[in-house]
Design a protein around this ligand. Sequence first.
Ligand SMILES: Cc1cc2nc3c(=O)[nH]c(=O)nc-3n(C[C@H](O)[C@H](O)[C@H](O)COP(=O)(O)OP(=O)(O)OC[C@H]3O[C@@H](n4cnc5c(N)ncnc54)[C@H](O)[C@@H]3O)c2cc1C
Length: 381
Amino acid sequence: MDFSWTSEQNHLRNEVIEFAQKELNKGVPEDEQKNIFPREKWKKCADLGVLSWPFEKEFGGKGFDILTTVYLLEGLGYGSNDNGLPFSLNSQLWSTMAAINKFGNKHQKEKFLKRLCIGAIGAFGITELDSGSDCYNMSTTAVKKEGGYLLNGEKHYITLAPECEIAVVFASTNQKLGKWGITAFIVERGMEGFTTSKVRDKVGMRTTPMGNLYLKNCFVPEENRLGKEGSGLSLFASAMESERGYIFASQIGRLEKQLEISIAYANERKAFGSSIGSFQSISNRIANMKLRLETSKMHLYKVAYLDSINAPLISEAAMAKLYISEAFVESSLDFIRIHGAKGIVTEYEIERDLRDGLGGLIYSGTSDIQRNIIAKLEGVL
Ligand SMILES: Cc1cc2nc3c(=O)[nH]c(=O)nc-3n(C[C@H](O)[C@H](O)[C@H](O)COP(=O)(O)OP(=O)(O)OC[C@H]3O[C@@H](n4cnc5c(N)ncnc54)[C@H](O)[C@@H]3O)c2cc1C
């Protein structure tokens, strides 16, 4: 693996950081407090190309390689004080768009991927009220009708659901086959029987809208079936590899920013006649934050490297997801501790990271589920 970045990659990343600092940081505390999704900022990110970086030019993408893409997403997270908007963008990129890119036919990519690249909003729904970790045990059904399928069911806790224009949803086309009978569909806003709702409040990622998708006798034409009947399992597994591998790219940028702010504070804040950084308990925290940052980067880049050579990456993606999500929570707690009381007062914009980090322990499969995957692939029966 080559760990160096080209001057072109560094130049692009600096542009992204400048963009984020200039365009994304105004009004964050207010939006966060009121759970407002910053749609104008989303559009600006799309105009910059964030939603098109890794996709083929033929379908509206910029054609960047995967390592460059995650490096730029890191820059976005470094420059943005809000984790919610970068999380929303990453969620769309690595689940909805990755699935359509890999499993969609030419017509579907022309119709949907192109729109998503320029800022349309897409959700990805598998979770139901009674099936989360055990998501293949779903109740949503798709019954074949002439020219398409009739979908019935509900998807819960779905990122971007309230704002989505399209949604990739999973339904059983043959319940007797269990997980082998699952199929993915692209549902479009405006289709009869398709509605959404919004979760009123949540602990963190408050600028990311979350909600439910409702399908009530919703007719979806055959041309909107993503992949073959029964291919939902492999489609979902593939989307989870990219989601687990990359969804934390921007949060790694935020870990870098936390570290810089913490070092400056440790050097400037005085207690007992010296800077607090001179106390080993503080400098150890900073060393741990640095270690978590660098280890997180190694996990991210390893997944991207394996992806770039088409090597298997199930275990590496699970390890990346598990490690980075937990590292983010631990470093966010150190970020608070280093700042003392300031750390928990909202106006200093320190405590938000810990709240934003909590969801990371759950989405894309909980930490427990990642450990199960890793152990199984190591040979534990
Ligand atoms: C911020 C956020 C965004 C999300 N976005 C989406 C989205 O866009 N689309 C979507 O479909 N879903 C989304 N989800 C839902 C998410 O995927 C599920 O919440 C997650 O898979 C866990 O399911 P659950 O909440 O039903 O918990 P459960 O599956 O009920 O788990 C409860 C507890 O039991 C543990 N557990 C369950 N099974 C096992 C096992 N086999 N071994 C060990 N421990 C186990 C879990 O680790 C957890 O601690 C999102 C969730 C969050 C928090």
